[in-house]
Design a protein around this ligand. Sequence first.
Ligand code: SAH
Ligand code: TRP
Length: 339
Amino acid sequence: MSVTVRSYLGVGDDSSLGDDVLDGLTRPFKELPPKHLYDRAGAELFDRICELPEYYPTRAERAILAERSGDIAALTGAAEVVELGSGTAAKSRLLLSALAQAGTLRRYLPVDVTEGMIRDTGDALAAEYPGLDVHGIVGDFERHLGHLPAPTGPRIVAMLGGTIGNFTPGARRRFLRGVGRLLGPDGALLLGVDLVKDPARIEAAYDDGAGVTAAFNRNILRVVNRELEADFEPERFDHVAFFDREHEWIEMRLRAQQRMTVHVAGLGLTVGFAKREELRTEISAKFTPRRLVADLAAARLEPIELFTDSDALFGLTLARPVAAPRFRATRNRGFAVAA
Ligand code: SAH
Ligand code: TRP
């Protein structure tokens, strides 16, 4: 048993917070990428979101994993699990336990931007699963997946919690294509996606009565204040969550209550907000089975199974690489795909 943690976030490189703020706050429609929501305070708020009565995704996905982890273990025979955006790995334990019980589990490789979570989770899991090797990666899953070691046996790459929905559609397919290359020939992708449903139900999940989600959303301004010496007044921004029916995603925004000027001293940047101007902090795409299959196909992946909970709120798909097309030389020029 061993625990190794490697960090690819350099000193002063908060996974490019400065670049993201400079880019995102100087656009006509202001935007910040969601990975900066999860500092220690943000991660604690997210844990509270997962327990909220309105936030159904965590409970639904946990129910699916509780029911299907044995099947997933049998279908994959996985020796290792790479988990992208692992957080506290609360639900992943259901899968790890099924693989341990099947006797195939050897290694767990969590990837997350939040260092404390990788360290705490890694230590806890190594203690819970005797003989398990943990290889943690503190890094950005959009930039650092090349640092993952080669598979040592059949591999599952898991992305749970609907995190895949936080990409825009083009970036999502590019990301899935890259993930496909991490699987190896006998690996599988385990992907959790929130399903399209009544917009009111979705909007409630992202705007709870207790205001935890609003606090989580505003926390991104506190991160910018602390890391880049900015003077945002988070309480002067309202939390906005609305379902965009055309794109089938929910958007989280922060709306300035009044006209204001914000200084980001660390970047030498001054940013003006008009009254009611909005800053986008996250999109969370919701899927139909058809759209999911199309995204997988565009990344040369095909579903083996699509599991759902009893209320069809959330989907968990197990997918594998499409068998590589065989090429044969044609008589005159180039190659053609063999039938
Ligand atoms: N998998 C957990 C947590 C989901 S929240 C669950 O299902 O409950 C999303 C997680 O992804 C957070 O832990 C956050 O720190 C991490 N994350 C977000 N963007 C990331 C990025 N670009 N690279 C690595 N981790 C990221
Ligand atoms: N990935 C989660 C989701 O899309 C994160 C999340 C939940 C979130 N609630 C939020 C992000 C509120 C920003 C604001 O469901």
